[in-house]
Design a protein around this ligand. Sequence first.
Ligand SMILES: [Zn+2]
Length: 321
Amino acid sequence: MRRGILLLLLLVCGCREPTRLPPQGTGPSPADFSGERALDAVRRLVALGQRDAGTPGAERAARHLSECLSALGLDVEVDAFEDATPNGKMVFRNVIGRLPGRDGPLLLLGTHYDTKSGIGPRFQGANDSGSGTGVLLELARVFSQAGCPQGLDVWWVFFDGEECQRAYGPMDGLHGSFHLARQLARSERARDVRAVVIVDMVGDADLNITLPADTDTELAARIFSAARTEGVRKHFALMRGGMLDDHTPFQLAGWPTANLIDFTFGSAPGLNDYWHTEADRLEAISAGSLEIVGRVLVRMILDFHSPLDSEQQPRSEKLLN
Ligand SMILES: [Zn+2]
């Protein structure tokens, strides 16, 4: 790529010049996570247009994410692969950012970046999937600047093809997450995976994050503990049922997973009537909500190696509080 084009792209995506990562570090403060910056990242993604898997918009988005992560000093892989769908074979692209020179216990943070196809011209997917993407990019900024806790390898993963073409099924939806889960299960890093944490639809101003019932109990306790420490525990609860999302392939493979999702994205409390409609636009999401989720994840990562105290022990009756 010519330097002039790269510079232009960096300016367009608002990414910084490459920075040198501190090799180790005590890590940032949760207060370093800026909801406004995360919202800016969503705005820049949305400005690229709709990101339906298999379209030029999705390819544009993958390139943009790759450039943003590179500018933060992360090692970036864009993994393009073909997969069968009800509409025939399609090309998908997972974008993965890794801290250079890390190994050992692995924490995978994931979101999807593709949009649901066929919603309408005004649809932006600002919440689904912009919000998770904005949170992950801001987390990458925070940890690349302040350093990551010692002895932890963190991956920032942006999945393609989460949305189905017709109806969720064995060949429809979750393409990126199934692809990476299979790759990881076959690799020598499989034994290092300690947690897979997915964020999806986390931008609603009326924030009600739920963790599906299949969430790993210790991981759920860590997330609730982090939320309590940050003074935002009321926004987090355990879902009584399950949720099919990008955590599912990793959960099926046997790794501890959590899925942070607010599936009441709508015009009134409890309603989800903005989901997969043209109402999913920037004006429907809030920097404050992105910041709550981001701060909790920073806190959870900082405390990841600390033992849970008895107050935080993962007992089901406590999780349901
Ligand atoms: Zn969706």
